[in-house]
Design a protein around this ligand. Structure first.
Ligand SMILES: Cc1cc2nc3c(=O)[nH]c(=O)nc-3n(C[C@H](O)[C@H](O)[C@H](O)COP(=O)(O)OP(=O)(O)OC[C@H]3O[C@@H](n4cnc5c(N)ncnc54)[C@H](O)[C@@H]3O)c2cc1C
Ligand code: SF4
Length: 332
């Protein structure tokens, strides 16, 4: 590991000012992703600004009914929170499907959103990787790409975004609040992320020194309480998603009134399935309709030989989950 300086920020302004003076510095949340990358030689920040003790560690219900999650709230605390479990169960399920108990105790909400891809070549500095070293090439296209993306890829990169929590939050239209050298801004979480295009080194639109301070979850009384996160992976725990689906369903008299769907494990960012949602809204629920809606979303998929299995796996996972949600709704 390269030498680096460590500073503990006293407040947000102090954190932002410290990083503004260090173009190669980084914020340190729980460190469960960043420190691993420093040990592997993937990243070499010369300054770590520890933000983990900043007072953004609360979950509060706002006057308009939305819920604000501080960026330093630990993943374990968020998953266990009563309001989150009651009003947004898919967020809790997504968190508990990720990492391990020990990791979740350390990992922060802000850090979770900005964790980087698990593509094996990104983490192996002996191999070319456009995301780690722009212009060096992509080892995955002709190499091991079983875990990688089928939607939203580019010639330069086919990596997947790894966060489970972010998939659930994107399905719920979460907003992300940031503070930086040029002031504050709040944007839809989905707009934080970007597709690789010809700049796969940029996962997000966040600029140097911007600090994520909170996530806002809008009130969604009907759909969000009736929601699920399902993750398909190689092991029952401690494994990243091959495919995951977050869904919230508003269903009455056999008809889908509203639906939110997002996919994980198949794209470079949490993938909101807008085409599938449009194909479902206002229609009578049926297995056939769910399959057609999944196919509408997956029509643009560009799989490689090693990951083509993700197309039927995504279709089946989404269909099964929507059938389960309808069945649950029909129970007295
Ligand atoms: C073995 C293992 C298995 C895992 N399995 C899963 C899994 O199945 N599913 C899953 O979703 N995750 C999984 N994870 C990843 C884990 O969830 C992330 O490592 C964790 O959420 C990152 O949070 P952190 O606070 O530790 O981030 P850090 O490592 O501290 O930071 C990550 C990045 O975010 C930046 N950052 C942190 N906080 C902020 C902020 N507030 N504002 C701006 N920038 C910030 C840092 O500078 C850094 O670039 C796994 C990790 C490991 C090690
Ligand atoms: S898929 Fe992306 S992260 Fe993986 S080797 Fe190719 S460029 Fe690197």
């Amino acid at each position: 590991m390269n030498p680096f300086r460590y500073e503990r920020a006293s407040d947000a302004s102090n954190a932002i000012a410290l990083l503004a003076q260090a173009p190669n510095g980084a914020y340190l949340g729980g460190g469960t992703n960043l420190i691993d990358h420093m040990k592997l030689g993937v990243r070499h920040p010369d300054l770590l600004v520890d933000i983990s003790r900043l007072p953004y560690d609360h979950i509060e219900v706002l006057a308009d009914g939305s819920v604000r999650i501080g960026a330093m709230v630990r993943n374990s605390d968020l998953a266990a929170d009563r309001t989150i479990r009651a009003r947004y169960p898919l967020v809790s399920q997504a968190l508990l499907a990720g990492a391990s108990g020990q990791l979740r105790n350390l990992a922060t909400t802000g850090g979770n959103l900005l964790q980087r891809t698990r593509c094996v070549y990104f983490q192996d500095i002996s191999k070319p990787c456009n995301k780690r070293e722009p212009g060096s090439g992509c080892s995955a296209r002709d190499g091991y790409h079983r875990d990688l993306a089928i939607l939203g890829t580019s010639q330069d990169c086919i990596a997947t975004h790894p966060s489970d929590m972010a998939v659930a939050l994107v399905a719920l239209d979460a907003l992300v609040r940031m503070q930086g050298p040029r002031g504050e801004r709040t944007i839809p979480l989905i707009d934080l992320y970007r597709l690789p295009g010809d700049e796969p080194q940029r996962d997000t639109v966040i600029t140097h020194g911007e600090l994520i301070t909170a996530i806002d979850l809008p009130p969604l009384p009907y759909a969000a309480t009736h929601s699920r996160y399902r993750k398909v992976r190689d092991r029952a725990s401690y494994a990243f998603a091959l495919v995951s689906v977050a869904a919230a369903l508003d269903f009455a008299d056999g008809v889908i009134r509203d639906v939110r769907i997002a996919f994980g494990g198949i794209a470079p960012m949490p993938w909101r399935a807008k085409k599938a949602e449009a194909a479902l809204r206002g229609k009578p629920a049926s297995e056939e309709l769910f399959r057609q809606a999944a196919d509408a979303e997956l029509a643009d998929a560009q799989p490689l030989p090693g990951n083509a299995f993700k197309i039927p796996l995504t279709r089946n996972t989404m269909t099964r989950m929507l059938l389960d949600l309808v069945e649950e709704r029909n129970q007295p």
